[in-house]
Ligand binder design. Structure first.
Ligand code: BT5
Length: 327
């Protein structure tokens, strides 16, 4: 009567009896495995950072779970329909976006999520780097397969922007804002960045990768000095650490709901949600579009994700790429 014992089997049993002891005998009977297999698994879970008390004649009790981004923990707390249907975790990888692209090429389903504790070559836009130290932040990429034309691909960035801002708000009580096109700010400083990558042919999108990097518990000393914009972390703004696990769960839940809304109702509800979080709507800004600089009032988002700016001489400009600064 032996079968392969998963971490999750034992953890679920513990969760059914929170705070109480479960005997080795009971675990082995319920799960249909030997006592030795149970003991080996308990040892492995301890190595993964779980605190499991063992008392002779009483059995085992789960005393604490690690606040590492343990896939087992995450999986058990996800109430999503698409996002997180597969979870892939790396202690270290070059870039979660690169891993997610590979999974996309191999045919993994929409909703597959890659997480890394640390990235050795985290990517920003236009070949820039994303600083990704271990143990403190969330680096994640979500593989989606929306039935849309490549032209609409950039719309998905706004889904992740809204999801990240809402998740930060939920776990910290702070009020983040979004900055076009791909930044999330706390007190005007960059707390998260987004990198949307697409694989498409003319007739449709094969997949889109939503790359999301959120500074959760990063300390001042971990930021390099040569950042393009002032940066911060949720913990620095809140004055206390936030649980990476709780944040990840909340983020995937928001992403899931927003993505399903998008599939059902299109881009319009995403635009409204984004505009509510954008404190530049209605304000005077300067936009550096590389080839020219223009000034005007932000009106909102266009249907393709471009920023709409009413210039001082009354014309309405669509900004496809550029840096926006409030005046
Ligand atoms: C971004 O680019 O903001 C996109 C960042 C996306 C990172 C995620 S992490 C998971 C996934 N896997 C990846 O490999 N990437 C995604 P951009 O707007 O180009 O901003 C990059 C610039 O932000 C850099 O040139 C730095 O100046 C600054 N920067 C780098 N690391 C930062 C950090 N941790 N926090 C704040 N700013 C940072």
């Amino acid at each position: 009567m032996s079968r392969k014992l998963e971490h999750e089997d034992i953890l679920n049993l513990f969760r059914e009896h929170p705070g109480t002891f479960v005997s080795g005998e009971e675990i082995s009977q319920k799960l249909g495995v030997s006592r030795t297999a149970v003991w080996k698994k308990i040892r492995l879970l301890r190595d993964l950072g779980y605190t499991i008390d063992a008392v002779t004649s009483r059995g085992y009790r789960l005393a604490a779970s690690p606040d590492a981004l343990m896939i087992e923990e995450l999986r058990s707390g996800l109430d999503t329909r698409v996002v997180g249907c597969e979870l892939v975790f790396f202690d270290e990888t070059d870039s979660t976006n690169t891993r997610a692209r590979e999974l996309g090429d191999q045919g993994h389903p929409a909703g597959t999520v890659v997480i890394a504790d640390r990235q050795t070559a985290g990517k920003g836009r236009l070949g820039r780097k994303w600083v990704s130290p271990p143990g403190v932040n969330l680096y994640t990429s979500v593989l989606l397969r929306p039935p849309i034309l490549p032209f609409d691909g950039p719309q998905l960035t706004f889904i992740s922007a809204v999801a990240v801002a809402r998740a930060i708000r939920d776990v910290s009580g702070l009020s983040p804002s979004v900055k076009w096109p791909n930044d999330i700010l706390l007190s005007g400083k960059k707390v998260a960045g987004l990198l949307n990558e697409m694989n498409a042919e003319t007739e449709g999108v094969r997949y889109i990768i939503l790359g999301i990097g959120v500074n959760l518990n990063m300390d001042v000393a971990q930021f390099p000095e040569d950042l393009r914009y002032p940066a911060t972390s949720v913990a620095l703004e809140k004055g206390e650490a936030v649980s990476r696990l709780a944040f990840a769960r909340t983020l995937y839940r928001h992403l899931d709901r927003l993505y399903l809304t998008y599939l059902d109702q299109g881009f319009a509800p995403i635009v409204s949600a984004w505009e509510e979080l954008c404190d530049l709507v209605g304000r005077q800004v300067e936009v550096d579009c590389q080839s020219r600089i223009l000034r005007g009032t932000v009106e909102g988002l266009d249907t393709d994700g471009a920023l709409l700016v009413r210039t001082d001489n009354g014309t309405r400009e669509k900004i496809m790429a550029g840096d926006v600064k409030p005046l």
